[in-house]
Write a protein that binds this ligand. Structure first.
Ligand code: IMP
Ligand code: MG
Length: 178
């Protein structure tokens, strides 16, 4: 494990190591493959947090699929969700009548997803499901949440795409930061 210490912030505990993540992502890929036996499939990754998860996940999807992204405004540099979601990019291709899986890194309050789901629904997809790597289970359960990687502790997590003030995204494992 490389030393990811940055100033005062330290990794205090590895919550899910790289092997555990790889195994679970493989299972999620199979679940998604089985859930969509026919028709087209569009996986939409919410940037930036989902970049590593999405890249690994799509390689475990064994059926035709397309990939696009959503870019929403983030937490900024803090640890608390503002609840406001600004979209900086969304797919320009028509979403009407398409099977869509929205791929997200982590669900905390659920506000980010609630707002994105509403916006995507207005584009009339045939189906809309959410695949989240981590769920802190604080949010009210969302009917679209169909694929979940891991239950997450409520502490602040970094690595495997997750950041604190843009740092730690590159770590191949998920860890707590102090
Ligand atoms: P929510 O709107 O409160 O559900 O927050 C979801 C978003 O906040 C995620 O897409 C992440 O970008 C970010 N986030 C929430 N919890 C964490 C965490 O523990 N570490 C890093 N980012 C987080
Ligand atoms: Mg973030």
């Amino acid at each position: 494990m490389h030393d990811p210490r940055l100033g005062e912030r330290r990794i205090t505990r590895v919550v899910y190591d790289a092997d555990t993540i790889r195994q679970r992502v493989r299972e999620l890929g199979s679940e998604i493959t089985r859930a969509y036996p026919d028709g087209d499939l569009l996986l939409i990754g919410l940037l930036k947090g989902s970049f590593m998860f999405l890249a690994d996940l799509v390689r475990e999807v064994r059926r035709p699929a397309q990939v696009d992204f959503l870019v929403a405004s983030s937490y900024g540099t803090g640890k608390v969700s503002s609840g406001e979601v600004r979209l900086l990019y969304e797919p320009s291709t028509p979403l009407a009548d398409r099977q869509i899986v929205l791929v997200e890194d982590i669900i905390d309050s659920g506000r980010t997803l609630a707002s994105l789901v509403e916006r995507l629904r207005s584009r009339r997809p045939r189906s809309l499901a959410i695949c989240a790597l981590l769920d802190k289970r604080i949010a009210a359960p969302q009917p679209e949440l169909r694929f979940v990687g891991f239950e997450a502790p409520t502490s602040f997590l970094v690595g495997y795409g997750l950041d604190h003030a843009e740092d730690f995204r590159h770590l191949p494992y998920i860890a707590e930061v102090d």
